[in-house]
Design a protein around this ligand. Structure first.
Ligand code: NAP
Length: 354
């Protein structure tokens, strides 16, 4: 089977480089174009590569960075484009790319909340992908599909099996978010070295509204979930991996064993359909009292292609109806590029890339 040509928009950024690392040897997709801002057009990705532990494929390293222009993508024969652009740039450009008949899998927040745009975590809401059929560009092949903010992805992976097994409507969460979540070069070093910043613009609101859409039911469109996520978000001096302290009050008494069992048993469409980037177990439960940690658990997930795609839950404590735990997920993999690649694998399996 010949591999499907794809492009990366914003290939030089934190998420863009993760896209390239996942796509340069992908069994279904083949990199056909790498696009960057005008500042870097004409150069190569090798000049800007920061994933020091992941070698850049020689052919990909030699590819010239191209301008962000739908004509460039059409000329390269791209069937799909993975977007890692800032929201203000993504807003119009992604629509133009979809109008050119190209399937766009985006990390940007620009279109996430539009009623006909799916906001996907494939283990949680795979059927929401059908929303793409309502988009004006769909008949000519193009569409937009998004993945959520990096701080909500790990949380909803844990909330979905709990919401299926127990009743609750409020979740309180405090986040300890990595620096790479702020893009490159991100937060000024003098603000964050030896410090914690208790404010991330727009993040708490995004967590609340995106959770409602992702966990929402499907009934001729998405019916928002009644679950409210009340977040306190902080940026901490960690490179990668968002750690979150979660508190939920259930309607019934449970035991910590019940919670651990439900989380560890969770499997979704990507696992059943063995999608290439799907982790065998989307939520890994640790019992050590000092886990999960970004350094030790950020890259959780197997097989090798799915490293960084599992969320890790630990320190489960239950008192009657009160449940507390920590959840950790990799922000640029599970919460960024890996999430989008898994969306595209789901779309491919459901015939949307034909
Ligand atoms: N980082 C995360 O954990 C994460 C997770 C989920 C979603 N997201 C979202 O994913 C998107 C990318 O995030 P990131 O962290 O990868 O950001 P980033 O490191 O700042 O990368 C942004 C990319 O967009 C390009 N770009 C910036 N300004 C541009 C302009 N004016 N015109 C054209 N291209 C421009 C950059 O090119 P240059 O290199 O030339 O500047 C770079 O390739 C954002 O929308 C973000 O909110 C991020």
């Amino acid at each position: 089977m010949s591999r499907i040509p794809v492009a990366v928009l914003g290939a030089t950024g934190n998420v863009g480089q993760r896209f390239v690392s996942l796509l340069q040897d992908h069994p279904i997709f083949r990199l056909a174009a790498l696009c960057s801002s005008d500042r870097k057009v004409g150069g190569t990705l090798a000049e800007h590569w920061r994933l020091e532990d992941i070698p850049l494929d020689t052919e990909v390293a030699a590819m010239e960075l191209q301008p962000l222009d739908p004509k460039v993508l059409t000329h390269a024969g791209a069937v799909a484009a993975f977007s890692a652009l800032p929201a203000d740039i993504a807003r119009d450009l992604e629509v133009d790319v979809a109008r050119a008949g190209i399937r766009v899998f985006s990390n940007a927040s620009a279109h996430r909340m539009e009623p006909d745009v799916p906001l996907l975590v494939p283990e949680v809401n795979p059927d929401h992908i059908a929303l793409v059929e309502r988009q004006a560009t769909f008949k000519a092949g193009g569409f937009l599909a998004t993945n959520p903010n990096c701080s909500i992805t790990g949380l909803v992976l844990a909330l979905k099996p709990l919401a299926d097994a127990f009743e609750f409507t409020e979740v309180h969460v405090a986040t300890y978010q990595a620096l790479s979540g702020a893009g490159y070069p991100g937060v000024p070093s003098l603000d964050v070295v030896g410090n914690v910043l208790p404010f991330i613009e727009g993040e708490e609101e995004k967590m609340q509204r995106e959770a409602k859409k992702i966990l929402g039911a499907w009934s001729d469109g998405i019916v928002p979930s009644p679950i409210e996520v009340w977040a306190n978000c902080a940026r901490v001096p960690v490179r990668e991996g968002h750690l979150e302290a979660v508190s939920i009050v259930l309607r019934e008494d449970v035991s910590s064993e019940d919670i651990a069992r439900v989380l560890a048993a969770f499997r979704g469409a990507p696992q059943r359909q063995r999608l290439p980037t799907a982790p065998k177990q989307p939520v890994i439960v640790r019992t050590e009292r000092n886990r999960p940690q970004p350094l030790l658990d950020g890259m959780a997930g197997e097989p090798a292609r799915a490293r960084g795609m599992a969320a890790t839950v630990g320190r489960i404590r239950v008192t009657g109806r009160n449940v507390r735990f920590f959840v950790l997920s990799h922000n640029t993999l599970r919460g960024g590029a890996g999430g989008s690649v898994l969306n595209a694998e789901l779309a491919h399996r459901r015939g949307y890339l034909a």
